[in-house]
Design a binder for this molecule. Structure first.
Ligand SMILES: [Ca+2]
Length: 324
């Protein structure tokens, strides 16, 4: 039986890659996409979610438009690294007639969770706003979700501030409420493991050579990420953060995961910082989440590429074996 998932997202180049991986895996059933402001404003992230479904011929999957404002009622600062349209300037390549559903994403989440209690995994790969609002709206929501996988937070270094990862920084209050809510199982897949899986130039070149509609799309939308990484850090890579949540769902052995008590700083100089207490050492051994500590990059590359491009499986495996 296929495993049901909901993806709450802010596409976003890396969200697009996560959604593409999920849509191309035979054992995953994407039940819906929910949008939130983050990598772009809500108009763009909602439109981009629809465009990604169109690209994969999956306009049967509904898209629910979510929150534009964080819990503090401010519109988060969006991310420049993915261009004005959130897809590296290439959103215009895909046109779709599919419209978002009338129902708000928060209402959908509450309703769906009641109707499918215990049956689905929830992916949060943008700011946590929609999920925090669902928790506030329905105290039972927390009990209906089988598992939560979050791309957010970090340990050791940030990308929105010296200590904060963007998604948690954009709505720190929401991130804190989600982690404190008491979900049965929450895994924080943070910047410390998503930074190393960046799309490297040689792999990206492989996508150009494949020359399918999908590989060409990925090649193009990741260009702006490479340009930004080159200017800021002298690296020829494109960020792929969010995709690691779906890869981990497919193969849990990709990550070393440690029980932890995780809090999020909601104000002040460290706003958005995830405070990771491994094994709950400072919380009487009480853990509210799992923390992803390390990642196997070569195996991630193989899983991502062979799932999205099964027609090139032999070439991909051979290349990774000899070069990674
Ligand atoms: Ca995202």
């Amino acid at each position: 039986m296929k495993r049901k998932i909901i993806i709450d997202c802010d596409p976003g180049v890396d969200d697009a890659l996560a959604i593409l991986l999920a849509l191309n895996h035979p054992e995953i059933e994407v039940e819906a996409l929910c949008s939130v402001t983050g990598n772009g404003l809500i108009e763009h992230t909602t439109a981009n979610a629809l465009k990604i479904l169109k690209l994969c011929g999956r306009e049967d999957i509904p898209v629910y438009r979510g929150c534009n404002e964080s819990l503090s009622q401010e519109v988060p600062e969006t991310v420049d690294a993915f261009g004005d349209d959130g897809l590296g300037g290439y959103a215009h390549l895909v046109e779709t007639t599919q419209q978002p559903e009338q129902e708000h994403a928060v209402d959908f989440l509450v309703r769906y969770a009641r109707e499918h209690s215990g049956e689905f995994t929830l992916f949060i790969i943008g700011p946590c706003t929609n999920i925090a609002q669902a928790l506030r709206k329905d105290p039972e929501f927390v009990h209906h979700v089988k598992e939560v996988l979050i791309m957010g937070g970090t340990k050791g270094f940030g990308n929105a501030s010296p200590v904060a990862e963007y998604n948690f920084w954009a709505d720190a209050q929401a991130a804190q409420e989600v982690l404190a809510a008491g979900f049965k199982k929450v895994t924080m897949i943070g910047l410390n493991v998503t930074h190393p899986i960046a799309l490297e130039a040689d792999i990206r070149e492989m996508l150009r050579i494949f020359a399918t509609d999908l590989s060409t799309f990925i090649y193009k939308i990741t260009q702006v990420g490479v340009d930004e990484a080159w200017q800021s850090a002298g690296r020829l890579v494109a960020p792929m953060h969010d995709v690691l949540t779906v890869a981990y769902f497919i193969d849990p052995t990709l990550l070393e995961v440690i029980p932890a008590h995780i809090d999020v700083v909601t104000e002040g100089i460290a706003e958005g910082e995830s405070v990771v207490d491994l094994y709950g050492k400072y919380h009487q051994g009480q853990c509210n989440a799992h923390y992803a500590a390390t990642v196997d990059v070569a195996r991630f590359n193989e899983l991502f590429l062979t799932t999205v491009f099964p027609e090139f499986k032999d070439e991909i495996i051979q290349y990774i074996k000899e070069n990674k």
